[in-house]
Every structure is written in structure tokens, then in C-alpha cells.
Design a protein around this ligand. Structure first.
Ligand code: MN3
Length: 209
């Protein structure tokens, strides 16, 4: 049984950047629905019930055809949101969570790959802004291409493409519409204030091991 993970902070902890109501609905309604529909899809397939969402997605070609699309959508939704809640969080008052305060491999490799941290944020914002319709913008790691930025539609997971999601931004309207309405770029700009860089860095270090 897949279960909804708890957040390590309150729904209002990301105010004013992401509002409490959006956080609550996003977590308790949207994410819960992905969890429920993933469990429902796996009901008749006990052999697949003990795999994590990440394992199911990494080996999506082994998932039976009858439930492949459901696992892609709802397993992807469960995995993506589970990551998202950990890579955002309340701002660290010491500044240690900001990229400026980070001295690790991720910041160095971002600069090496994208030219500078500013170039990286610019590229990420462009990809997130220009993605048409629902989906996610990802900073992902692949063994061949290293760090890269790309958007994926709907709840498609980087794991399905043999990439490790390092940092992602949900650009479905449900992630921002209450506060930002049609102004997706304002939501994207606000996102940079709530990134938990320690967690992002940890994910990258795990990925490159
Ligand atoms: Mn969402």
C-alpha cells in the first residue's frame, strides 16, 4: 500500500510564496488522489505491490499493459509530489540552505554545466514558463548527459527516462492557480524563495555516487 507522506512543515510555512490553502489542497486532495489511484491500479497485481513508486517507474516496461498508463500517471504523480514536498520548505534563516551558502558539488557542477548559477536559473525559468499545459520542469541527472533541464508532460517521471530527478517544479495549474491565477511566471519566481537546497544537494550527491 502506498501512503501519503507527511510534510515536515506546516501548510502555511511557505507563505507568502506558496499559500497555505494551495499547499493543503495540493497535498491532501491532489497527491492523495494519485496515491489512491495507484493503489487501485495495483489491486489485481500483488507481484507489483511491494515496489516503491520509483521502482515501478524505473522499470515501467515490466509493468503489465493493463495498468501501465495508470502507473505512469498516478505512480508518477505520487513520486513527483513526494519529491516536491522535500525540495521545498521554509526559508532557512541562517541562509545555509541557499545556493550562496552551499559549497557542495551541486553548485560547482551547475556552474560548470550552465555557465553560472544565474544562467541555470534563467534556463530553468524559461523551460518552466514555456512548457505548454500541465507538467513539471526538472533538473535531472543522467549518466550520459549529466545535469540537464527539461520539462515533462502530465505526471511523467524522469525515472521513466532513466534519469534521476534532482529538483522539480510542478507547473500544473493546481499548484498555483488560487494565488497566481494565470501568472505562472510569478509562481515560478516565487519558487526560488522556498527551495530546500540542502535536500536538492543531497539528492544530487546520491545520484552521482
Ligand atoms: Mn501537483
Amino acid at each position: 500500500m502506498h501512503i501519503l507522506p507527511q510534510l515536515s512543515y506546516a501548510y502555511d510555512a511557505l507563505e507568502p510564496h506558496i499559500d497555505a490553502k494551495t499547499m493543503e489542497i495540493h497535498h491532501t486532495k491532489h497527491h492523495q488522489t494519485y496515491v489512491d489511484k495507484l493503489n487501485a491500479a495495483l489491486e489485481k497485481y500483488p507481484d507489483f505491490q511491494n515496489q516503491t513508486a520509483e521502482e515501478l517507474l524505473r522499470n515501467i516496461e515490466q509493468v503489465p499493459d493493463e495498468i501501465k498508463k495508470a502507473v505512469q500517471n498516478h505512480g508518477g504523480g505520487h513520486s513527483n509530489h513526494s519529491i516536491f514536498w522535500t525540495i521545498i520548505g521554509p526559508a532557512d534563516p541562517s541562509g545555509a540552505g541557499t545556493p550562496a551558502g552551499a559549497s557542495g558539488k551541486l553548485v560547482e557542477d551547475i556552474a560548470a554545466k550552465f555557465g553560472s548559477f544565474d544562467e541555470f536559473t534563467k534556463k530553468f525559468n524559461e523551460v518552466a514558463t514555456n512548457h505548454f499545459g500541465s507538467g513539471w520542469a526538472w533538473l535531472a541527472y543522467g549518466q550520459e548527459e549529466g545535469l540537464h533541464i527539461h520539462a515533462l508532460p502530465n505526471q511523467d517521471s524522469p525515472y521513466m527516462h532513466k534519469h534521476v530527478p534532482i529538483m522539480g517544479l510542478d507547473v500544473w495549474e493546481h499548484a498555483y492557480y488560487l494565488k497566481y491565477q494565470n501568472k505562472r511566471p510569478d509562481y515560478i519566481a516565487a519558487f526560488w524563495n522556498v527551495i530546500n537546497w540542502k535536500e536538492v544537494e543531497k539528492r544530487y550527491e546520491e545520484a552521482v555516487k
